[in-house]
Write a protein that binds this ligand. Structure first.
Ligand SMILES: Nc1ncnc2c1ncn2[C@@H]1O[C@H](COP(=O)(O)OP(=O)(O)O)[C@@H](O)[C@H]1O
Ligand SMILES: N[C@@H](CCC(=O)OP(=O)(O)O)C(=O)O
Length: 373
């Protein structure tokens, strides 16, 4: 390994467990079918890393794009029902293509389709974590995608870059590699004229002046470069370095890691629970806190009790994620609420000893709560 490489690149090259995310535009044609040659090339690269002793979780987009041609559609559908129909057809084509291609290396793949709920709710999250760890332990290659056929607008991750960042944390990955149709992050969209590639991002300051667009060239993917940068930020903030490059350069990305843009880890690993809470897909409601409760929750890391809640917003169930806001409406924490929204109005503002025995539990337990900066 060259001494010229940054510490981030060395960490990516040396990573034992890697999450590799590949976008629709790298696996499908603009006519909307799977591109067998490019899929096989990616599988070759992943199999090499596995043969060298690494573990790879593949987060693969392409279900919707791969369903376009078989269903006789002309372009990527915009409405949810047709997207879901396309994903249903395309996902099975995708899974079949991966399974066949990995067979060339005697590798078995396990399909894991996740909804946002699967990573936000504690029980589901542990379940997904257990499955992925067991697959890896058994020497299989997990192939992950969003469960598009059942994900509604409200509960979608929306883009697989974010899903890949979440999965990286879920499996305790040592690195995340994002493969797209562009070889690096540029200071502006390279399709729109002169732009310079950025080799290293060592924190938010290095992103100043960088314009990352929300659309891709192919019309097949979603989120554009902006969603990759956000995903990189999420992974880096919890200690996972990220390499972003094109699928065509996958071999070097998963080899010496001397291509693309390297994003350095900026934070340290949060506990799984706290990570998911901090980055949960969306809160279902808000609890307004008085100053005393804000201090207890944010500074002293205590549980939130009913006495410190002044108002309740939203229609949530016990077990949902809610935002905790201070008296001027700033979100100061996120947590998993222990009560349904309909139960809370009778409890708030009351001291624990005034409440019936079955309602004396905390509104948000300290273990289920993350203060936000
Ligand atoms: N600052 C930028 N640097 C690099 N690419 C950019 C930038 N801004 C926008 N893009 C565009 O983002 C596209 C990649 O996004 P997308 O098509 O969603 O990828 P994928 O399907 O791989 O997820 C590139 O083709 C590029 O045209
Ligand atoms: N789950 C969707 C992927 C959506 C998505 O993020 O696509 P991309 O921007 O190509 O990574 C699918 O498989 O079509």
């Amino acid at each position: 390994m060259s001494d010229q490489l940054s510490a981030t690149r060395k960490a990516v090259a040396a990573a034992q467990r890697v999450v590799v995310k590949v976008g629709s535009s790298s696996l499908t044609t603009t006519k909307g079918g799977l591109d067998a040659a490019r899929l096989a090339a990616l599988v070759d690269t992943v199999a090499r890393r596995v043969a060298a002793g690494g573990q790879v979780v593949l987060v693969s987009s392409g279900a919707i794009a791969a369903g376009i041609a078989p269903l006789g559609l002309r372009r990527r559908p915009k409405d949810l029902a047709t997207q879901q129909a396309a994903a249903s057809v395309g996902q099975q084509a995708l899974a079949h293509a991966y399974a066949e291609s990995f067979t060339r290396y005697d590798l078995t793949v396990g399909q894991v389709l996740l909804t946002a709920d699967d990573v936000v709710r504690r029980g589901h999250y542990r379940n997904a974590q257990r499955t992925l760890n067991r697959l890896l332990g058994l020497g299989a290659v997990p192939v992950v995608n969003e469960n598009d056929t059942v994900a509604t607008h409200e509960i979608r991750f929306g883009d697989n870059d974010r899903l890949a960042a979440l999965v990286s944390h879920l499996v305790g990955a040592d690195a995340l590699v994002l493969l797209s149709d562009v070889d690096a992050l540029y200071d502006g969209d390279p399709r729109r004229g002169d732009a310079s590639a950025i080799r290293e991002i060592n924190g938010d300051a290095d992103m100043e002046g960088v314009r990352a667009g929300r659309t891709g060239a192919s019309g097949l993917g979603t989120g554009g470069m902006a969603s990759k940068v956000e995903a990189a930020r999420v992974a880096c903030s919890s200690g996972i370095p990220v390499l972003l490059t094109s699928a065509a350069l996958a071999d070097r990305a998963l080899g010496p890691a001397d291509v693309g843009t390297a994003f350095a880890a900026t934070g340290s690993r949060l506990s799984a629970r706290r990570f998911w809470l901090a980055h949960a897909a969306g809160a279902n409601g808000r609890l307004w806190l008085d100053d005393g409760a804000v201090a207890a929750v944010v500074k002293r890391r205590r549980s939130l009790l009913a006495a410190g809640v002044t108002a309740v917003e939203g229609a949530f169930d016990g077990g949902d994620v809610v935002e905790l806001v201070n008296p001027v409406g700033k979100v100061v924490a996120r947590g998993v609420v222990a009560y349904d929204a309909t139960e809370l109005p009778d409890l708030i503002g009351r001291s624990t000893h005034e409440l019936p025995a079955e309602q004396r539990r905390e509104v948000v337990h300290a273990d289920d709560l993350v203060p936000l900066r």
